[in-house]
Design a protein around this ligand. Structure first.
Ligand SMILES: Cc1cc2nc3c(=O)[nH]c(=O)nc-3n(C[C@H](O)[C@H](O)[C@H](O)COP(=O)(O)O)c2cc1C
Length: 147
C-alpha cells in the first residue's frame, strides 16, 4: 500500500485551548472518514502537521485546511509517497511540550520553511519514538538529544 505523507507549517490565528480542541475534534472525525492519520504539533506560534493516508484524500484534506481562517502563512514542507504510516492508529495525535523543535525566535525568522525536509520529518520520528517511550526514559533521550 502506498500512502501520501504531507507536512506543512502555519501560524495560528488567536491561539487558544478552545480553538485547538475544536480543530482536533473536527479533524479526528473527518480523518476517520478519510482513512487519514497523523500528528499535529500545536503551540502559540506554530502549527506543524503531518497528514498521511490515501493520496487523493490527503490532498483534499490539505486543500480544505488551506482555506481555514484559524491559521495563516501556510507553507508546504514535505509531500512524498511512503510505504508505511508513522502514526497508524492515531486519527490525529496532538503534541504539546515541543520547545525542543524550534525556539519562538527561530519560528519568527521562518526557520520551518528553510529546514531540510529530512529534518522536518525527523521531528515527527522523534515524536513517534517518544510515544513509545515510558516517561522515565524520556528525560534520558532528551538529554542525549537523540533525534
Ligand atoms: C491546524 C489545523 C489542522 C487541521 N487538521 C485537519 C485534518 O487533519 N483533517 C481535516 O479533515 N480537517 C482538518 N482541519 C480542518 C479543516 O481546515 C476544515 O475546517 C475542515 O476539514 C472542513 O471540512 P468541511 O469542508 O467538510 O466542513 C484542520 C484545521 C486546522 C486549523
Amino acid at each position: 500500500m502506498t500512502y501520501l505523507r504531507l507536512i506543512y507549517a502555519s501560524r495560528p490565528v488567536d491561539y487558544a485551548p478552545e480553538t485547538l480542541g475544536a480543530v482536533l475534534a473536527g479533524s479526528q472525525r473527518r480523518n476517520i472518514r478519510d482513512d487519514i492519520t497523523g500528528a499535529l504539533i500545536a503551540r502559540a506560534d506554530l502549527f506543524l502537521q503531518m497528514l498521511e493516508g490515501p493520496a487523493s484524500l490527503v490532498d483534499q484534506a490539505y486543500a480544505r485546511i488551506r482555506q481555514d481562517p484559524r491559521h495563516e502563512n501556510m507553507r508546504l514542507l514535505v509531500r512524498r509517497e511512503t510505504q508505511w504510516r508513522l502514526f497508524p492508529g492515531w486519527t490525529m495525535r496532538e503534541a504539546s511540550d515541543t520547545e525542543w523543535i524550534w525556539t519562538p525566535e527561530q519560528v519568527a525568522h521562518g526557520l520551518p520553511a528553510k529546514a531540510p525536509r529530512h529534518e522536518v520529518e525527523a521531528i515527527f520520528v522523534r515524536l513517534w519514538r517518544e510515544g513509545l517511550t515510558p516517561p522515565a526514559r524520556r528525560f534520558t533521550l532528551r538529554r542525549k538529544s537523540l533525534l
